[in-house]
Design a protein around this ligand. Structure first.
Ligand code: PEP
Ligand code: MG
Length: 574
């Protein structure tokens, strides 16, 4: 018996024989063309692109229409294959270097990999894997190979990697689960697996070598455990776990749609952090009571040139209508620094995290800001929205941002469009904003604490630097004091206080945040049922006491142990 560990990305327990699927990069070689062969090669490229698109259309036909997410992922892939810049870059590479299409595609992919690698946003960085999968498909098509997978008997699929389209093709009646060597929680492959209800574990190092065809395998898609050739005792334990898992999932998802109210009647709104339209169905399924953070950068980074007001409007309207009757909190543009400099022609910065980003960039480039605000406000008539400004560091910055907002409202009204004044908030991410929270609170309807940045700036830890990642500590007493100070300032002024950084979705932190008086917690959709479940098992009164005790402790380690002990005492599981 062997135990392997990966990341559980789609819950469920499965037991079955292993089916090894050989995937991974196809071996290709460079062929040098004569000038007269170049245009033929470009034709060959176009034919392979067309075959791949047809192939994906075929995959789509097998996905039931109610599976909105897998369908929209495949649609997005088709669009990527039609992307003029991808096609142009590949054609240019073939023309300039006189090489075969396979070689050119891999080279162009490398260029895109470098661009995506430099992105700060993890979710966006992850999207390169979609392009990698697609380019492999086109290469297979160039070589006249077909990638389709036919599994006849129920089995557990073991592969180096699976593309979202491969995953969409797996039939839940024969694919009991899948395990891959690479991948992450936010990959589209994981999203498709969750939609299809196929248990899945990714990032299991060396799994294709550790498992042989026909080995009996147990997969736990929640804990990420993979057990090879288990003993009878372990098999029985997992059969029980599988049943419990099914029941738990049903209970969780039913309950997830109910509000989260503490035992003594305090309601805490649990909302979703979203970035893409195709995340909306998942947010609704997991019981999001609206969107606490809509990151608006996506359209600015995935397109050549800046998006137009109309494009933004259409996108925002779809989000608002998808979430209606609940509220969508639009965070205005948070780009700049090392991110997307190409579009905005920004000079390179030595220290981008401290550079021209977010509200600073918008206030320097008012037209960019106005265009976005116009689109949000025009879309706002289709549902309920709030607006919040990122990276506010002082009063004047906030007032300036509000001034632009009111000018845009005025402008729209002169154009005959009466738009209600939306609630307006400040993200608290910079320590100085936290320090003057009492002053800022008079100017806004709510605060939303962005702990990802707040912790980075307060602890002087670059949030993307692995060398210092171990020092990134939400439970640092200094961080907790800052958070408490902000929550208190909000309460005293009578405005709402929310948190939308990762800390809001950390189960261990939830009683503490409830105790500090947070009205709203916003997080990635999958975490919502877990957090709601915790809130329902605790009392506000106990949490207030807990917060007081925790704030008297002097180091993160002590705080963590205390919280763990508190959870144990209350028999709280998550
Ligand atoms: C944050 O900083 O906590 C936040 C929510 O914003 P982002 O992660 O997008 O910077
Ligand atoms: Mg931030």
């Amino acid at each position: 018996m062997k135990r392997l560990q990966g990341i559980g990305v789609s819950p469920g327990v499965a037991i079955g024989p292993a089916y090894l699927l050989l995937t991974g990069n196809v071996k290709i070689s460079r062929r040098i063309l004569t000038p007269s062969q170049v245009e033929k090669e470009i034709d060959r490229l176009h034919r392979a692109l067309a075959t791949t698109i047809k192939d994906l259309e075929e995959v789509k036909r097998h996905i039931p229409p109610e599976m909105v997410q897998p369908l929209s992922i495949i649609d997005a892939h088709i669009l990527m294959l039609k992307d003029p810049s991808l096609i142009r870059d590949t054609e240019q590479f073939i023309r300039r270097h006189y090489v075969n299409a396979e070689w050119a595609l891999r080279k162009v992919l490398k260029k895109y990999q470098r661009v995506f690698d430099s992105l700060k946003d993890f979710y966006l960085r992850e999207r390169i894997h979609d392009l990698e999968h697609l380019i492999e498909r086109v290469i297979l098509a160039l070589q006249g190979q077909n990638e389709s997978v036919e599994i006849e008997e129920p089995a557990i699929v073991i592969a180096h990697d699976l593309s979202p389209a491969d995953t969409a093709r797996l039939k839940p009646d024969t694919t009991q689960a899948f395990v891959t060597e690479v991948g992450s929680r936010t990959s589209h492959t994981a999203i498709v697996a969750r939609s299809l209800g196929i248990p899945a574990v990714v990032a299991v190092k060396g799994v294709t070598e550790e498992i042989s065809p026909g080995d009996l395998v147990i997969v736990d898609g929640l804990s990420g455990e993979v057990i090879v050739n288990p003993s009878q005792e372990v098999i029985e334990e997992f059969i029980d776990r599988r049943l419990e898992c099914q029941l738990q999932r049903e209970r969780f998802l039913d309950l997830a749609k109910e509000p989260a109210v503490t035992l003594d009647g305090r309601r805490v709104f649990v909302r979703a952090n979203l970035e893409l339209l195709d995340e909306i169905p998942m947010a609704l399924e997991f019981g999001a009571e609206g969107v606490g953070l809509f990151r608006t950068e996506y359209l600015y980074v995935t397109k050549e040139g800046l998006p137009s007001e109309e494009e933004l409007f259409i996108n925002y309207r779809q989000v608002i209508e998808g979430i209606r009757p609940n509220i969508v909190t639009f965070r205005t543009l948070d780009i700049g620094g090392d991110k997307f400099a190409k579009e905005l022609n920004l000079p390179a910065e030595i220290n981008p995290a401290l550079g021209l980003r977010a509200i600073r960039l918008c206030l320097k480039n008012i037209e960019l800001f106005r265009t976005q605000l116009r689109a949000i406000l025009r879309a706002s008539v289709y549902g309920k929205i709030r607006i919040m400004f990122p990276l506010i560091s002082g009063l004047n910055e906030l007032l300036e941002a509000k001034k632009v907002l009111f000018e845009v409202l005025d402008e729209l009204s002169q154009e005959g469009l009466e738009v209600d004044v939306p609630e307006c908030g400040a993200m608290i991410e910079v320590p100085t904003a936290a320090a003057i929270a009492d002053i800022l609170a008079k100017e806004v309807d709510f605060f939303s604490i962005g702990t990802n940045d707040l912790i980075q700036y307060a602890l002087a830890i670059d949030r993307g630097n692995e060398q210092v990642a171990h020092l990134y500590e939400p439970l640092h007493p200094g961080i907790l004091r800052i958070i408490k100070h902000v929550a208190e300032a909000a309460k005293k002024t009578g405005i709402k206080v929310a948190m939308c950084g990762e800390m809001a979705g950390e189960p261990l932190c939830v009683p503490l945040l409830v105790g500090m008086g947070f009205d709203e917690l916003s997080m990635n959709p999958q975490t919502i049922p877990i957090i709601k479940n915790i809130i329902r098992q605790i009392s506000y009164e106990d949490c207030q006491k807990l917060a007081k005790e925790i704030l008297s402790l002097s180091c993160a380690k002590e705080i963590r142990s205390y919280l763990e002990y508190w959870f144990q005492q209350k028999d709280l599981a998550f």
